[in-house]
Write a protein that binds this ligand. Structure first.
Ligand code: 5RP
Length: 221
């Protein structure tokens, strides 16, 4: 289901475009297909959202650049952890939420590729909300989030150590059991000193390509 969604996304990439490249296993089906098109003569430049995507895209022969060279992106193809009926998202299980959000914000068109298990009625129903925080004072930041929002905020770990993002920050995975007002939560979380970014993507998405058992389903804003 992830693979067919990723293949469909190729149709949105045109010659001459600057293309934002998301992060995650669904995007990793997309990158080799895009690489094949480049080898056949498609002229595009990719802007990766993570070190991992940069490495894979390079291996696939996709020419890459930066937001400094290309501050405006034509289309971005990225994955998501949850998609609600208004096409708002939770992202960041792969840890790239901050770069993904900057790239999405710089994109004329944001296209999300998911399998059908990612569709939810309410964000935060199944996935924790990742919140990127600076390492300094991460513990009082965690306590503040837990106190203010009544959630559990778990420091993401990699074996024994705290997981660090490409920005050298920590991630708190916040369990909400359903988020009532995602827009309000986003604003309130961002007002806490130490919070860098949240995995809530509100009103940023144009199209969601859903791979289902029956084939492709398109959700448009
Ligand atoms: C990474 C992300 C990913 O896009 C999200 O976690 C979906 O991943 P996958 O395609 O592996 O299910 O937000 O930060």
């Amino acid at each position: 289901m992830k693979r067919i969604a990723a293949e469909k996304a190729l149709e949105y990439v045109e010659d001459g475009m600057i293309v934002g490249l998301g992060t995650g296993s669904t995007v990793e089906y997309f990158l080799p297909k895009l690489g094949e098109k480049v080898k056949e003569g498609l002229n595009i430049v990719g802007i990766p959202t993570s070190h991992r995507t940069k490495t894979i895209a390079t291996r696939c022969g996709i020419p890459l650049s930066t937001l400094t060279e290309h501050p405006e992106i034509d289309v971005t193809i990225d994955g998501a952890d949850e998609v609600d009926p208004d096409l708002n998202l939770i992202k960041g299980a792969g840890g790239a939420l901050t770069r993904e959000k900057i790239v999405a914000f710089s994109s004329k068109r944001e296209i999300i590729i998911v399998d059908e298990t990612k569709l939810v009625q309410k964000l935060g129903s199944f996935s924790p909300l990742p919140v990127e925080v600076i390492p300094f004072g991460w513990y009082p930041t965690k306590l503040c989030i837990e106190r203010e929002f009544g959630c559990r905020a778990e420091l993401r770990r990699e074996e024994e150590n705290p997981y660090t993002s490409d920005n050298m920050n920590y991630i708190l995975d916040c369990e909400f059991n359903g988020i009532e007002d995602a827009e309000k939560l986003e604003k309130e979380l961002k007002s806490i000193p130490g919070v860098v970014e949240t995995g809530l993507f509100i009103d940023m998405v144009d199209t969601v390509i859903v791979g289902t058992r029956e084939g492709i389903k398109l959700l448009e804003k």
